[in-house]
Design a protein around this ligand. Structure first.
Ligand SMILES: *Cc1c(COP(=O)(O)O)cnc(C)c1O
Length: 396
């Protein structure tokens, strides 16, 4: 792969120059006065991106996986039951983490390509009259399949069942790129990382807690030290950390939130929808199908594209990398070899996306797939021409 080309993987995403500069700081003493002017705005920025008035935001030197662990270990106790759908590699890994922590997971097996079945959740929660289920886990955007689930529908199912479980949402590949309503959806813990919608290097795990989730930390809890939010909250109250913070990344996070809010969250989401619509037009022009089962489930941050039966989709990813220096995402788990993924989130313009589609076409033609050069690009060009977006990101 080349250092000059953009990446088209669904994280880590391309970094705008301004964010690279924001992360590149001289060493400061994190116990000095300087740190609070990075720490508190970084936390506040995340809160605004999450559209929450009240969430407590905790930021660990970690990644999204650490955010998952923060959610479960601070609120749940050994032997507690959680409810989760398994519809892709990321939901599967979060379930595996719960099991390794001694939680009982009521797994709703779901086809890869489908979203969270809120109606089945409602049935299970309604039947759970003893309220054994303590938390519902929901992967908002299943990055392995390019499926966006309806979190408002999951909340509605919980409410319809009159069930008091906490709602934990993995927003690692949606937050900052697609609409996310922490307060509006009644989310109790939202999890993300720095390297996707926030356009930063990997290195921060982010978990935002509702008042109800904060309350649960007082009674519940699995063994934890590094991810203990009470220790972290004490640190924050004294303008610091219980250990050494990743100061440069936090400064980057503060700047990233400022950038997203300056562009306007609605404009950011519209840009992602427009770019994704162009990608989907290209996929249709190639005569290929998405892994996502129907339009309501299409993700605006990643498309998983099925290749013809008998063709190893991984070859496209390998060939694009070695021949053209461009990175696409491979298929994961159950869909390994069956799909390749185009990531289209973060710092991306229409024109960058066209270069990715053009590269995918060259790779597929090189490998003998029956695709006409320029067909997908032309389809995307029509989308981008007819809905020209603001070039807010490119202007910085
Ligand atoms: C990337 C991703 C993760 C894992 O995050 P890491 O930062 O790699 O630990 C979890 N969930 C989803 C949906 C993701 O896309």
């Amino acid at each position: 792969m080349s250092l000059q080309n953009p990446v088209f993987i669904p994280g880590p995403t391309n970094m705008p120059e301004s964010l690279r500069r924001a992360c590149d700081m001289p060493t400061i003493d994190h116990r000095s006065d300087l740190f609070k002017d990075i720490l508190h705005p970084a936390r506040d920025g995340v809160k605004r991106v999450l559209k929450s008035a009240t969430a407590e935001v905790f930021i660990f030197p970690s990644t999204g996986t650490g955010g998952w662990e923060t959610a479960i270990t601070n609120t749940l106790s050994p032997g507690d039951t959680v409810l989760a759908a398994c519809n892709g590699m990321f939901s599967q890994k979060w379930i595996d983490m719960c099991q390794r922590h001694g939680l009982v997971v009521e797994i709703v097996e779901t086809a890869w390509g489908e979203g969270i079945p809120a109606d089945r959740f409602e049935g299970i929660l309604t039947a759970d009259t003893g309220h054994k289920i303590k938390a519902v886990l929901a992967t908002h955007n299943e990055t392995a399949t390019g499926v966006r689930s309806d979190i408002a529908a999951v909340r509605a199912a919980m409410d319809a069942a009159g069930h008091p479980a906490l709602l934990f949402v993995d927003g690692v590949s949606s937050i900052g790129s697609m609409p996310f309503e922490f307060d509006g959806w009644g989310v109790d813990v939202a999890v993300t990382g720095s390297q996707k919608g926030f356009m930063l290097p990997a290195g921060l795990g982010i978990a935002a807690f509702s008042a109800k989730a904060m309350e649960a930390t007082k009674t519940g809890g699995l063994p934890r030290t590094y991810f203990d939010i009470q220790d972290m909250a004490k640190g924050y109250a004294a303008n610091g950390y219980p250990y050494t913070p990743a100061v440069g990344l936090l400064n980057g996070l503060k700047t990233a939130s400022d950038m997203l809010l300056a562009e306007g969250l609605d404009a950011v989401f519209a840009r992602h929808t427009r770019i994704a619509t162009g990608v989907r037009a290209a996929v249709a022009a190639w005569g290929l199908d998405l892994c996502a089962a129907r339009p309501a489930l299409y993700s605006d941050t990643v498309s998983a594209i099925r290749t013809p039966e008998g063709f190893d989709a991984g070859r496209i990813v390998a060939h694009a990398s070695t021949r053209y220096g461009v990175a696409f995402g491979a298929g994961l788990g159950q869909v390994a070899g069956k799909v390749f993924r185009i990531g289209h989130l973060g710092s991306l313009t229409d024109v960058m996306m066209l270069s990715g589609l053009a590269t995918a076409e060259m790779a597929m033609v090189d490998l003998g797939l029956n695709i006409r050069l320029g067909s997908g690009v032309a389809a995307a060009q029509e989308v981008y021409r007819s809905s020209a977006g603001q070039i807010a990101l490119a202007a910085e």
